[in-house]
Structures are given as structure tokens and as C-alpha cells.
Design a protein around this ligand. Structure first.
Ligand code: AMP
Length: 422
């Protein structure tokens, strides 16, 4: 027994050594031990030593790579409570701001810091009060700039500036806001930029606002050997019925994410899944902040096991335990496919990506195959009985129940396919 305890102790010590070697402080190591992290991820190994030396770093890494600990280790080791805002993290979305705030709060549980998330869609007044005592601010560019305009945020003491998911912030048109905010921070700060893809705009931003940045790249923690990718090719009229069949058929599935290309399709799928007794919830850009958060909470806590979402609403969110990713619509941008499938097969678990193709998806599917190094196996469509579907009330007033599997004749494709807002 004693020997066994000694072995367990040595194993734990070895694990922690790998993190300790990177220069991470003992307080953060305690959290890492509590979280049972086995070993540092690729981006952590490559970037943490540079970041802790005070270098400007561009991290080419996506969600799931462990990048929050990279900048978190610097922020937590460098900031002291009650000395003003010493670190600012900009994120493209409210959900990511909340997620990063929560992760930083977790990693800093032995280094008490006031970490505040600042985002739009909620009342500004409580934020104004909380900003007076914040040590670290995580925020979306729009709301942070709003505070700058009102002079309710003081960025003159910022030592570490983080631009998280920079490619996405620029994609969303935040360049000007981000630049205005950067100019409020002292020029002798450390700047850390993370981006899934280093697009030319990201390069330009880094040239303008970073000093001798070191570029480090790493894969996300998705294990390609654990991920199986399949597709079914079905008539449009069977698309939804096949989805229901597959969801009900797989008794061993964990959490499921279903991606659609528009808000309208999300509404359609979630409503009809519920109508077919599948416990599904939705998240898309048309929801209020409170509704998005409540959906996410339900999904994360396992109260609903199916999340139907658009790319924009889902990117950047860290959701654990996703066993299946369904593409109900194939993404128009092929790199989006990689982001989607990266939601499963994480942290050593098996995962499955299921593509349900109808005629209208073929072009997008060809692009996915051409642009990405992926192997997607064709599966025969099982015998599927058609299920009843309804168009959500706000769009299809007066035309409710009918038997087609997913789309109405004639105008249906326009209704579900052309609404590109996400
Ligand atoms: P991130 O990319 O920072 O959002 O991290 C994604 C998820 O991986 C989070 O749930 C982290 O807590 C977790 N994580 C971060 N580093 C590690 C690690 N070295 N080993 C296992 N999980 C990790």
C-alpha cells in the first residue's frame, strides 16, 4: 500500500514537473493539479516560457488548444489586487468573454484578483461600478470602447494586452474599435495575440502594435485518431428525418452539437426536434444575451443533450463532452468545417462528425474535401421513416403541419437556405 501511494505521488510529481519547467507559479500549479491536467498542450509548451519572459507572442492556435492558460499564466503572475486595470483581454463575443473570465478566475483561485467581463447586451451601470475595482478586464471591443468614450475605464496601467481570436474579431469588423482601444494602453505593454489562422489583416495588426513578436503555432487538442468522420447523401425530403433517426438510434451518444448555416434553419431544426421528442436547445446570434447564456448552461450541465447552433454563435465556446457533431448544413467556408469538428474528440475521448448531405450541400462539401486534409467515409442511408415537421410560427404563419422532411415545396429552399444572418 505504501509503495502504491509512493508511485501515485511520484506520477503526480512528474506530471507537475512538466508544467513547472515552463515557469508556471506554484499557485497556478496547484490549480493545474486539481484540474488533473496530464501534461502541457503544444501551445503551452511553446508559448508559456516566451510569454513569461515578457515577449510579445503571436499564437497560431484555435479554441481547445489550451491558450487561455498561456496568457493566464502571465496575467495571474503579473497582476496584483487593487492596483488598477493591469491586464485587458479583448474577445470577439460575449460568450467567449465570459468563458475566458471564468477560466482566469479558476486559474487564479490562489491569487485573488478582481476579474471582470465587460460586454454589450446588458446594462452598462453595474459594469461602471465594477470597473472601479477591477484588476483584469475581459471584454468585447464594442462595449470596452463604449467605456473608453464615457471615461469609465482607465487603461493607462495595462501591462498585458491580449487579443484573443484576433482573426475572428477582424472578420466581425472590429478592426477600428480594436485599434482605438490599443491606443489607450501604454506603449511599453506586452501584447499577446491569438488567432486560429494568421490572415494578412492579423499580420498587419501585429506589425503595427507588437514589438518583435515571436510566432508560435500549435494544433488544438483534438485527437485526429479518435475522430471518425462520415457522410450520408440523402434526398432533401429525408434530411431532417435522417437526423432524427440517427439521434434516436445512437444510444451511447454524449452531448451532440448540430450546426446549421442560418438562424432560420436553427429555429426549424430545434423546433422540430422537440416536436419529435428530442431534448434540444438552440443558440444563435438572434437571441438575447440572457437566452444564450441560459441555453449554454442547460447544455453544459447536461439538462439538454442536443445543441443546435450557427457557427458564429458557437465558435470559441469550450463545451466538454461533445461526442457527436452533426452538419445539418455543410458550411460555405471550408475552414469552418474544421472549427466545427474540433468540438469533439477532445482530451482523449472518441468523437464522431456526421455530415447529412442533400443536393444543396454538394458544392460546399466538395470545397471541404478540396481545402482540408480530411477523410470522410460514406455510409449507406438506413431505412428511415419520414417524420412530421412544422415551420416555426414567426416564419410560416398559417402553414403549420405537413409531412415533408424538412422543407416545403417550391419556396422552401429559399426560406431555409438564403437567410445568411448567423
Ligand atoms: P482553451 O483552449 O484555453 O479554451 O482550453 C480548452 C480546454 O482545455 C479548457 O477546458 C481547459 O481547461 C483545458 N485545458 C487547458 N490546458 C490543458 C491541459 N494541459 N490538459 C488538459 N486540458 C487542458
Amino acid at each position: 500500500m505504501e509503495r502504491l501511494l509512493e508511485t501515485v505521488f511520484l506520477c503526480k510529481k512528474n506530471k507537475m514537473n512538466k508544467f513547472e519547467k515552463l515557469g508556471i507559479s506554484s499557485q497556478i500549479l496547484k490549480v493545474i493539479e486539481k484540474e488533473n491536467f496530464e501534461e502541457p498542450s503544444e501551445i503551452q509548451i511553446k508559448a508559456i516560457p516566451l510569454v513569461l519572459k515578457g515577449k510579445d507572442v503571436i499564437g497560431g492556435s484555435a479554441t481547445g488548444s489550451g491558450k487561455t492558460l498561456v496568457f493566464g499564466s502571465r496575467i495571474i503572475q503579473d497582476c496584483t489586487q487593487g492596483k488598477g486595470i493591469q491586464s485587458l483581454v479583448l474577445t470577439p463575443t460575449r460568450e467567449l468573454a465570459i468563458q475566458v473570465r471564468d477560466a482566469l478566475a479558476k486559474f487564479s483561485q490562489y491569487n485573488p484578483l478582481e476579474i471582470l467581463a465587460v460586454y454589450g447586451g446588458v446594462s452598462i451601470n453595474p459594469q461602471i461600478n465594477e470597473l472601479k475595482i477591477a484588476d483584469v478586464v475581459v471584454g468585447t471591443p464594442g462595449r470596452v470602447l463604449d467605456h473608453v468614450g464615457r471615461r469609465t475605464i482607465d487603461l493607462r496601467k495595462v501591462k498585458v494586452l491580449v487579443l484573443d481570436e484576433a482573426d475572428r474579431m477582424l472578420d466581425m469588423g472590429f478592426l477600428e474599435d480594436v485599434e482605438k482601444i490599443i491606443k489607450q494602453c501604454p506603449s511599453d505593454r506586452q501584447t499577446l495575440l491569438f488567432s486560429a489562422t494568421i490572415i494578412p489583416e492579423v499580420k498587419r495588426l501585429s506589425k503595427r502594435y507588437m514589438v518583435d513578436p515571436v510566432l508560435v503555432s500549435a494544433e488544438s487538442m483534438v485527437d485526429p485518431k479518435k475522430l471518425k468522420q462520415v457522410y450520408y447523401d440523402v434526398p432533401d425530403s429525408l434530411k431532417f428525418s435522417l437526423l432524427v433517426h440517427l439521434l434516436k438510434d445512437d444510444k451511447n451518444s454524449g452531448l451532440v452539437m448540430i450546426f446549421c448555416s442560418s438562424r432560420r434553419n436553427v429555429d426549424f431544426v430545434v423546433k422540430n426536434l422537440r416536436g419529435n421528442k428530442v431534448d434540444a436547445i438552440a443558440i444563435h446570434g438572434g437571441f438575447t444575451q440572457a437566452r444564450r447564456e441560459s441555453s449554454l448552461r442547460k447544455f453544459n450541465s447536461g439538462k439538454a443533450w442536443v445543441l443546435v447552433c450557427t457557427d458564429v454563435a458557437a465558435r470559441g465556446l469550450d463545451i466538454k463532452g461533445v461526442s457527436h457533431v452533426y452538419n445539418y448544413d455543410l458550411p460555405r467556408e471550408s475552414k469552418q468545417y474544421v472549427h466545427r469538428i474540433g468540438r469533439t474528440a477532445r482530451a482523449g475521448k472518441d468523437g464522431m462528425a456526421v455530415n447529412i448531405l442533400a443536393q444543396r450541400d454538394h458544392e460546399n462539401f466538395s470545397r471541404v474535401l478540396k481545402d482540408n486534409d480530411v477523410e470522410i467515409v460514406r455510409l449507406e442511408t438506413p431505412p428511415v421513416s419520414k417524420v412530421r415537421t412544422k415551420i416555426p410560427a414567426q416564419e410560416g404563419s398559417g402553414r403549420s403541419s405537413h409531412k415533408r422532411g424538412g422543407h416545403r415545396r417550391g419556396s422552401s429552399r429559399r426560406e431555409h437556405g438564403r437567410n445568411r444572418r448567423r
